[in-house]
Design a binder for this molecule. Structure first.
Ligand SMILES: *Cc1c(COP(=O)(O)O)cnc(C)c1O
Length: 462
């Protein structure tokens, strides 16, 4: 084993070295992400309009394009201390297995009961809802990680939590549902008959297995029609990327301790929150011209927002009741095939990452499902951790980059985000082992149907 004497397998930070502020990349972006638009007036959403849906303090964060550092309230830091700092691991075993000269590091966010990075933003969003004196929050969940994280945060703070869970995941992952109920959340499969928008979607697409876009519409409807409730979202929004910057800040602090500088930074991209969080301080340096990094977003070939989507204003939800966001999108009507990486099935992408990608500051690639599970299995066998299928997208590309180094002899330093564990994804692993996994890739005609639903108005040409 080639362990370098000075770099341990796991680099931990002391509690005293944990970040006390989140970092807001927007402050250093020359081209700011485009503002959310009111779909009725096509004017930027105002603070007043947004606070009908979201908590006041979170709207302030959402609209803040200028403050680089935003203090993490003490209560949230205390909650973080229960499961953070998360380890930065040097993947010595994987390097040996691949026989690569590359140095591979991963930041592991699965060390908490929700099993993913989502808890970092869940506790922040629940905290601000509580601070505002609300009764509860509503949300959607795809694979279930976000719903689980939010139910944990709500239980901790004594808030009610109503979760709309994409039907395909609800059926595939009954144990996720039970974890959420253990933490006191109510869980409804989406689309449901409980909401006007759910009934409409079911009438138009009978038998649909649902999508994140549908579930968002239902959760927003419930939040806006029930007094004392607000809607919270587990990804995509600027505020979520802000909270997730704790991942990157810790990674950078740990690397700085040993003078390690990554050449390539890789993360899976569903709505963009873990990737946006992981890259935040590195991208900050890049934006300020201090240092250059290669940054790669990895998405499933079945839901290729960056690599095949359009950069345009679009709805974030299928019911078209949410604000318009300028992002790489497949169209809000796009319902991906039931890919098992539930957390990567969203049709759109963070507006921040979309702008960075549009400006050539990061790259994107897409990978097929069976190749992802091959990587997941190899990784599990040598590094021990059973990865979430979403995370395995990043593993796939990190391994591919390391294998390229083997050919070229380059000793690149690779950092990737290992966002979570896959204990609730064993139906997907089972399909993979039984050779029943399909690699459905949408055709151009499939995608065109989604693009046809992108709203058309002057300035929104794509
Ligand atoms: C939700 C989720 C993702 C994808 O969401 P992002 O907002 O793109 O980070 C990735 N990995 C895991 C484990 C998740 O739960």
């Amino acid at each position: 084993m080639k362990q370098e004497s000075k770099i341990p397998y796991k680099i931990y930070l002391e509690e005293s070295e944990m970040p006390t502020s989140w970092y807001n990349m927007r402050a250093d972006m020359k081209n700011k992400p485009a503002p959310l638009l009111n779909p009725g007036t096509l004017k930027p959403m105002t603070f007043e309009e947004l606070t009908g849906v979201f908590c006041d303090d979170l709207v302030r964060q959402e609209l803040d394009d200028t403050t680089p550092y935003i203090e993490i309230p003490e209560e949230i830091r205390n909650f973080y201390r229960m499961y953070r700092p998360s380890p930065l691991v040097r993947a010595y075993c994987l390097e040996e297995k691949l026989q690569t000269p590359a140095k591979i590091y991963y930041k592991f966010e699965g060390n908490n009961t929700s099993g993913s990075h989502k808890l970092n933003s869940a506790i922040a969003q629940a905290y601000y809802a509580k601070k505002q004196g609300l009764k509860g929050v509503t949300t959607e969940t795809g694979a279930g990680q976000w719903g689980t994280a939010l139910s944990m945060a709500c239980a901790y703070l004594g808030l009610d939590c109503k979760v709309y869970m994409v039907k395909v995941s609800y059926e595939q992952k009954p144990f996720r549902r039970e974890v959420m109920r253990t933490y006191g959340a109510s869980v409804t499969p989406s689309p449901s008959m409980e909401t006007a928008v759910g009934r409409k979607i079911l009438a138009e697409h009978p038998g649909t297995t649902g999508s994140l876009g549908c579930a968002i519409s239902e959760a927003v409807e419930v939040a806006t029609t029930n007094e004392g409730y607000r809607y919270v979202l587990g990804s995509v929004l600027n505020q979520v990327l802000l909270h997730q910057s704790v991942i990157g800040l810790e990674s950078k602090a740990a690397m700085d301790k040993y003078g390690i500088v990554p050449d390539v930074i890789i993360g899976c991209a569903g709505g963009g929150s873990n990737l946006g969080g992981l890259i935040a301080p590195f991208m900050g340096e890049k934006l300020r011209g201090e240092r250059d990094y290669r940054i790669i977003a990895v998405e499933p070939a079945s839901c290729p927002s960056f690599t095949r989507g359009k950069f345009a204003y679009d709805f974030c939800d299928t019911g078209m009741i949410c604000p318009l966001a300028k992002m790489y999108t497949l169209g809000s009507g796009f319902i991906p095939s039931p890919n098992h990486a539930g957390g990567l099935r969203f049709h759109g992408m963070s507006t921040i990452l979309s702008q960075l990608y549009h400006d050539g500051l990061m790259e994107a690639t897409s990978v097929e499902q069976t190749a992802v599970f091959e990587a997941a299995e190899q990784f599990a066998r040598v590094e021990g951790i059973l990865p979430a299928p979403e995370s395995a997208h990043a593993i796939r590309v990190a391994m591919d980059e390391a294998l390229k180094c083997k050919e070229t002899g380059e000793e690149k330093t690779i950092l990737f985000g290992l966002t979570g564990t896959g204990y609730f994804d064993l139906v997907a692993y089972e399909k993979f082992h039984d050779g029943e996994m399909s690699d459905y890739i949408p055709t151009d005609a499939d995608l065109q149907k989604g693009f046809d639903g992108i709203p058309k108005f002057p300035g929104n040409e794509f």
